[in-house]
Design a protein around this ligand. Structure first.
Ligand code: 5RP
Length: 264
């Protein structure tokens, strides 16, 4: 691996081999998502616990301070909305010059396998990899399911992750699943991080699936709504940080969550 790409990846994946990415890119298709109306305010107390931010160039420029910022994974695909025809119909939104100008540590792009736009989004990924590799910028592929949340099962996720890696993604973001998640990770030759999806009912549920996914080989999370839509986002971020970087058990992390929650 070339020095530049290795260096950028090392900003994102910590020396313990783990990572906690905080996505705040939801507005690119959802508009002002609940609890993310003012992204700059949402992230302020959470930043100490995150290793990187996943964000579009617009929110980065207008809501994230450039001085002392966490490493940035720039969301560079889009062009669709919740009220449009098909969330899968994405294109590349951000030029190579812009990615470099914003000093991105990596870029992120969605692929929609099995959708009408499978080919288009896979070619978007390939084109992005071709360009980014020239400049030592790693690409994170997001195995997106749009509104079809039932697609989150091992066979489908393993297919998506493997294809993303085959096309050159350096990191793949996918969903955790209850059954056979280890097969998803094993079939993917590059690191896998877990997304959260819509908010779970309890914080305990989130800590349990993150812990399970790490045990089964994922290197970390890219978790948004289950952090900042929690009534206690700081406690949640801290508890997740403990699971990821301090090898905390679910019981310990939940106790930590409760302790911080009760202090408020
Ligand atoms: C959708 C995305 C999201 O915008 C986001 O990055 C994921 O975060 P969450 O944990 O809220 O699902 O990439 O595919």
């Amino acid at each position: 691996m070339d020095w530049g790409i290795k260096n950028r990846l090392s900003r994102l994946i910590q020396p313990d081999g783990r990572c906690f990415f905080l996505p705040i890119d939801h507005g690119y298709f959802q508009g002002p998502t609940s609890c993310l109306e003012k992204p700059g305010e949402t992230i302020k107390p959470l930043l100490p616990f995150a290793d990187a931010l996943f964000v579009t160039r617009g929110v980065l420029r207008s809501c994230v301070g450039a001085v002392g910022s966490k490493p940035i994974i720039l969301r560079v695909s889009g062009g669709t909305s919740m009220v449009g025809k098909d969330l899968a119909d994405e294109g590349l939104t951000t030029s190579m010059e812009e990615i470099i100008r914003l000093n991105a540590s990596a870029v992120g792009i969605s692929i929609f396998i099995g959708s009408d736009y499978e080919r288009q989004t896979l070619l978007n990924l390939s084109k992005l990899v071709n360009e980014c590799e020239n400049y030592g910028i790693p690409v994170m592929a997001v195995t997106a399911v749009g509104k079809e949340m039932e697609k989150r099962e091992a066979r489908y996720l393993a297919l998506c992750c493997r294809i993303a890696a085959e096309l050159g993604a350096r990191v793949v973001k996918t969903y955790w699943c209850e059954k056979d998640f280890e097969k998803v990770v094993k079939g993917c030759p590059v690191p896998v991080v877990m997304a959260g999806g819509p908010k779970c009912k309890t914080e305990l549920e989130v800590l349990e699936f993150v812990h399970d996914g790490l045990e089964k080989g994922a290197i970390g999370i890219n978790l948004g709504r289950n952090v900042w839509q929690s009534p206690h986002p700081v406690a949640m971020a801290q508890a997740l940080h403990a699971v990821i970087h301090k090898k905390a058990t679910v019981k310990k992390a939940h106790a930590l969550f409760k302790e911080i929650e009760n202090k408020k």
